[in-house]
Design a protein around this ligand. Structure first.
Ligand SMILES: N[C@@H](CCC(=O)N[C@@H](CS)C(=O)NCC(=O)O)C(=O)O
Length: 233
């Protein structure tokens, strides 16, 4: 029996428009673990009220970090077992940059920036029946604005928010350099996250300064192409 991966419905032509969901789907592919996607608004019944989560038989695991830990323990660690302590440390730094900084700029670009919202709204809510299609988007958008405010980044001016995003993108591009993968010649679990976040910026036509910053780095687009060809042929 394969693992069930509970994630949001796909959008924007990506495997998933949630970088955390796409990170887990990419990890499962990279590690060669059988899985089946369950698409839906499952966050309401998710253990931590966020997606993704997985079900492996009777076992339910939520949060992408804990899911990867669980998969490594249960199915082996073909991607990271041979990493050196220095590579692991670098991987942790990349992960934090993606998930604790760049993620918030991405949310701002999608949900708050008037250049992003007109595309985000139909992509995420277009399949809802009327009148939910009218009522839910502004409620969800308000909730996102509250989350951005609580995190702190929502209190900054737009150009200040995008400055953070540009710095993050520049740092990612420099860390990747000419290597094929973030930790060197071989792919590691960090690439599941890096690809998920970068594809969610580069492969989505939201014309914001975040996309412009990513487009300015040819190595990031080449990296996404390499990951896509290898894991989503
Ligand atoms: N720390 C969690 C973060 C997951 C997360 O933030 N998921 C977002 C989608 S990208 C979510 O489910 N949001 C729904 C909500 O907040 O209601 C992980 O690593 O899995």
């Amino acid at each position: 029996m394969s693992i069930a991966l509970y994630q949001f419905p796909a959008a924007f032509g990506l495997p998933n428009a949630s970088p955390f969901c796409m990170k887990i789907e990419t990890y499962l592919r990279m590690a060669g673990i059988d899985y089946a996607c369950r698409y839906g608004m499952y966050q309401l019944r998710a253990p931590k009220k966020k997606l993704p989560y997985i079900k492996d038989g009777e076992r339910v695991v939520a949060d992408s970090h804990l899911i990867i830990d669980y998969l490594k323990t249960s199915y082996g660690d073909p991607l990271d077992a041979a990493l050196t302590p220095a590579q692991r440390a670098r991987g942790t730094a990349v992960l934090r940059l993606l998930e604790d900084s760049l993620y918030w700029v991405l949310l701002y670009a999608r949900w708050i920036d008037e250049r992003g919202w007109p595309l985000t709204r139909p992509a995420f809510f277009g399949a809802l029946p009327v009148p939910l299609r009218w009522f839910i988007p502004p409620i969800a958008r308000r909730s996102l604005a509250q989350q951005l405010h609580a995190q702190g980044i929502g209190r900054l001016a737009p150009q200040e928010i995008y400055r953070i995003g540009e710095e993050d993108i520049d740092a990612l591009s420099s860390m990747l350099g000419e290597q094929p993968y973030f930790l060197g010649m071989q792919p590691s679990s960090i690439d599941a996250a890096a690809y998920a976040f970068l594809a969610n910026i580069l492969d989505v036509p939201l014309e914001t300064p975040l996309l412009q910053a990513a487009r300015a780095h040819a190595n990031l687009a080449a990296y996404c192409g390499r990951m896509r060809a290898r894991y989503y042929p």
